[in-house]
Design a protein around this ligand. Structure first.
Ligand code: APR
Length: 391
C-alpha cells in the first residue's frame, strides 16, 4: 500500500497535519496503534494558547473549540507568605487561554478528517521507518493480529509520541537533549467542579500542589510526590487531605471533593531531538520534543509544528517548492526551545524545596525572591503573562 504522506499517530499533531493535507488534496493516510475509542477517551492536557486557537480557526478546525471551549485568564499562587492572583488575560499581550479537553479536540479532528474522506488505519502499529535517507521511504507495520505489512511513501511524518517508531528510526548521531527535573507529580482527575476560578499553584514545604479546571464537573489536580511512589499508594481521603493542606484550604476556602477517576505519576522530564528532519522523515509533537507539564505547552507546540509541516509538505508536493521542508526543523526548534525555557523556569518557581545543606537553602531563597518579584513587579507580570499564553 502507499500514500504520498504517511502519518504515524492520531494525536493532535498527526490529526492537524492530516486535516490540512486533506484540505489541499494531498494523498495521505494516518496509521494509529490504538482503536478509535482508545484515542477518543485518553484524557490529557486541556489548555490551549491563543495561537493554537488561531491555527485551528484558519484551517477550519475550530468548530468544537468554539462551541465547547471556555476562556480562562487568572492564576493564583499560594505560598508561605500569602497568596496573590495574576489576571494574566489583562497583562502582557492581553490574551486568555481556552480550556478545552484534549481528547475532545482529538475527537473533533478525527471526525473532521474521516468525514472529509480521510483514511485512518486503527489498530495498526508502525514498527520502523526504512530508507528515510532516500526518495522512497516506507513504514513497516503490524496490524492488531500481528500480521506484518508495509506502507510506501514520499514523506513520513512521525507524530507518534516519545516511544514511537519515528524516534526509533533515527540515524545514529541524532542528538537528544534530555533533562530530568528530579521531581514527580501525581496527576489526578477528580469528578468534582473546580474549587477556584483560577489555575492554582501552591508552593508548600511538603511539595507543590496544583489545581486546573477541565470542565464543569471534572477538575485536574497535581501533588508533587517522591519519584518511586506507585500511583495507588494514597487513599482518596489521604489525597484530599494532602491537597487541603498544601493548597491551604483552611485559610483560603475548602476544595470541592469528589471521586478520583484517574491517577498517574509523571516524572517531570524534558527533551528535544535535533534535527527534526532526516531525509524524508519528519518528527512533530511529542516525537520531536517532550515538554514537562509545568507550563502546558506540549499540545500547543504539537499543533504549531503540525501546521508548519503541513504547509511545507503542500509546498513541496503541490508546488515543487522545498523551502518549507528544508527550514522545518530550524523553525520548530526556535519555538520548542523558547517553550522549554519557560517550562524550566516554571519548574524552578514551583518546586525547589529546602533540602538540607546550603545549596538547597540557597536555591530556596532564590525561589522566594522569584515568587515575590512576580507578585510585586508589573513588568515581571507582563513578561509572565506573555510567556504563559505565548508560543
Ligand atoms: N504506531 C502507530 N501509532 C502509534 C505508535 C506506533 N508505533 N506509537 C504511538 N502511536 C500513537 C498513539 O497511540 C497516539 O494516538 O500516536 C499517537 C500520539 O499522540 P499523542 O501522544 O497525543 O502525541 P502528539 O500528537 O504529539 O501530541 C502531543 O499531547 O497531551 C499532550 O503531553 C502531550 O502535549 C503533548 C501532546
Amino acid at each position: 500500500e502507499s500514500a504520498d504522506v504517511v502519518i504515524i499517530g492520531a494525536g493532535p499533531a498527526g490529526l492537524v497535519l492530516g486535516n490540512i493535507l486533506l484540505r489541499h488534496g494531498v494523498d495521505c493516510v494516518v496509521l494509529e496503534r490504538a482503536d478509535r475509542e482508545g484515542v477518543e477517551n485518553r484524557a490529557r492536557a486541556g489548555f490551549l494558547v491563543p495561537n493554537t486557537v488561531r491555527i485551528l480557526e484558519r484551517n477550519g478546525l475550530d468548530g468544537g473549540v468554539r462551541r465547547g471551549g471556555r476562556e480562562h485568564g487568572v492564576c493564583e499562587f499560594r505560598t508561605e507568605t500569602g497568596r496573590f492572583r495574576l489576571d494574566y488575560r489583562r497583562l502582557g499581550t492581553g490574551e486568555p487561554h481556552t480550556v478545552y479537553p484534549q481528547h475532545e479536540l482529538v475527537a473533533d479532528l478525527m471526525a473532521r478528517f474521516l468525514d472529509g474522506g480521510g483514511t485512518i488505519r486503527f489498530g495498526t502499529e508502525a514498527a520502523a521507518v526504512a530508507d528515510a535517507d532516500g526518495p522512497a521511504p516506507s513504514v513497516t507495520v503490524r496490524d492488531a493480529d500481528g500480521r506484518p505489512g508495509r506502507w510506501r511513501a514520499r514523506y513520513v511524518a512521525a507524530c507518534d509520541g516519545r516511544h514511537g517508531a519515528g524516534r526509533r528510526s533515527l540515524p545514529p548521531g541524532t542528538v537528544r537533549h534530555h533533562r530530568d527535573h528530579g521531581v514527580s507529580w501525581l496527576g489526578l482527575l477528580a469528578e468534582a467542579p473546580p474549587s477556584l476560578d483560577a489555575v492554582g499553584y501552591a508552593v508548600h514545604p511538603r511539595g507543590f500542589a496544583g489545581h486546573m479546571a477541565r470542565s464543569a464537573d471534572i477538575t485536574r489536580y497535581y501533588l508533587q510526590c517522591d519519584r518511586d511512589t506507585p500511583a495507588d499508594a494514597w487513599s482518596e481521603d489521604l489525597i484530599w487531605d494532602e491537597l487541603d493542606l498544601r493548597m491551604r484550604a483552611s485559610a483560603y476556602g475548602p476544595l470541592v471533593r469528589g471521586r478520583i477517576v484517574q491517577r498517574s505519576v509523571v516524572a517531570l522530564e524534558s527533551d528535544v531531538l535535533e534535527p527534526l528532519r532526516h531525509g524524508s522523515l519528519f518528527l512533530a509533537g511529542d516525537a520531536a520534543a517532550l515538554l514537562s507539564p509545568s507550563a502546558a505547552k506540549g499540545a500547543n507546540l504539537a499543533v504549531l509544528e503540525a501546521e508548519l509541516l503541513a504547509r511545507a509538505l503542500v509546498d513541496a508536493l503541490v508546488h515543487g517548492d522545498p523551502e518549507g521542508i528544508d527550514r522545518y526543523s530550524e523553525r520548530c526548534l526556535a519555538h520548542i526551545w523558547r517553550a522549554q525555557e519557560f517550562s524550566h523556569w516554571m519548574i524552578r518557581l514551583l518546586h525547589e524545596r529546602a533540602d538540607p545543606g546550603d545549596a538547597g537553602l540557597f536555591r530556596e531563597r532564590l525561589r522566594h525572591v522569584r515568587l515575590a518579584s512576580l507578585r510585586d513587579s508589573a513588568s515581571r507580570q507582563d513578561w509572565f503573562a506573555e510567556q504563559y499564553v505565548g508560543i
